[in-house]
Design a protein around this ligand. Structure first.
Ligand code: WQD
Length: 330
């Protein structure tokens, strides 16, 4: 199939391009490069031998999207193009609502007018709000406490209503947990234009000595070691989950967690990183970060049942591959 990957130069998008090509699909990438680089697409070509067709456009621009759909025959769309910094979204809500919600409307409209019947959306475990883990897809959503999370809730709603009105449209809402790592080649990985706030990129900054130490947000959570627990999933597992979703369209809307089902604490991740890479990660235990949950991890039965998908890479592989990309991209 010929798949449009909106945001395909980004962290998860570029890895999904690799997985799609390796599964025999062709890809077209639309990306405005606001938080990514064409280097990622060069990496995709080096890994797969295929150079994705690339449109440097903003997918909130209806005329640019329309022209791209007129130039191509897409069998499906995977929509990654969105801002994703939770903290930034609190200070710049309109930037997030305009980009993340309008892009979903524009792409869905183009699909309907061009007869594209598969739409896979990059959602997030953030939509569960303060629900208790393990998180299941049938849980009623709770407030996410930040505009970023609300853009994901709104986009899910928009796609659910659109699929109801257009029965030929198959929508897969994929709720990611914490994507980390990089392709084993080290040719693509997580590199952001803005100062990273997520744990793994900051562990790497501390290991490199680019920050004096990693600040661990909270040591008094009700967990085994007092630090917060998350469900870290290797970005290549996540990418392969998208291929499984686009290959197994279900009529109407499917909502699926993409996680490992295993919880890892901040301290456990740090120690795994040190062991996997033979480096020290200086850190300091500090106050909790407002809005953080003690635990957030997936129930993964639905992905297994519906797509035959389950994550297979370990925390050690995530740590090794993340560090390898860092070393290779120096
Ligand atoms: C993980 C854990 C922090 C940084 C967010 C979004 C989610 C998704 C992933 C986009 C938490 C702790 C972190 C640091 C720390 N994003 N931490 N020191 O908050 O679980 O999820 O990113 O899809 O939608 O909500 O990820 O990596 O920021 O934090 O102690 O310097 O690491 O408190 O417990 P989070 P994270």
């Amino acid at each position: 199939m010929n798949i449009l990957v909106a945001g395909g130069a980004g962290f998860i998008g570029s890895h999904t391009c690799v997985a799609l090509i390796e599964a025999g699909h062709s890809v077209v990438v639309a990306d405005n490069l606001c938080n990514s680089s064409v280097k990622a697409l060069e990496g995709v070509e080096q890994i797969t031998g295929m150079k994705p067709t690339f449109y440097q456009i903003d997918v909130t621009d209806e005329s640019a999207v329309e022209a791209m759909f007129s130039d191509n025959r897409f069998d499906g769309v995977i929509h990654f193009a969105g801002h994703k910094a939770v903290g930034e979204s609190v200070f710049e809500p309109l930037k997030y609502y305009q980009n993340n919600v309008l892009s979903t409307v524009v792409l869905a409209k183009a699909c309907l007018s061009h007869g594209v019947n598969r739409f896979v959306f990059s959602s997030s475990a953030t939509v569960y709000g303060a629900n208790r883990s393990p998180l299941t897809e049938d849980m009623p959503l709770l407030p996410t406490e930040n505009p970023y999370g609300e853009t994901k809730v709104m986009s899910e709603r928009i796609l659910i209503d659109t699929a109801k009105a257009a029965p030929t449209l198959s929508v897969a809402l994929l709720r990611y947990f914490n994507p980390v790592g990089a392709h084993e080649s080290g040719l693509i990985g997580e590199s952001s234009r803005i100062e990273p706030t997520n744990l793994m990129p900051r562990v790497i900054l501390a290991a490199l000595g680019k920050i004096q130490k990693l600040m661990i947000f909270g040591e008094d959570y009700p967990t085994s070691d007092g630090t917060a627990i998350r469900d870290y999933i290797h970005v290549m597992d996540l990418a392969e989950g998208h291929v499984a979703a686009i290959n197994h369209p279900t009529p109407g809307v499917s909502i699926t967690n993409l996680g490992t089902g295993k919880g890892t604490s901040v301290l456990e991740l740090i120690h795994a990183f040190e062991k996997a890479n033979g480096v020290a990660v200086p850190y300091e235990l500090t106050e909790r970060r407002p809005g953080d949950l003690a635990e957030c991890y997936a129930d993964t039965q639905k992905a297994k049942k519906e797509f035959g998908f389950s994550a297979k890479r370990s925390i050690m592989e995530m740590c090794k591959d993340a560090w390898n990309f860092e070393q290779k991209s120096k």
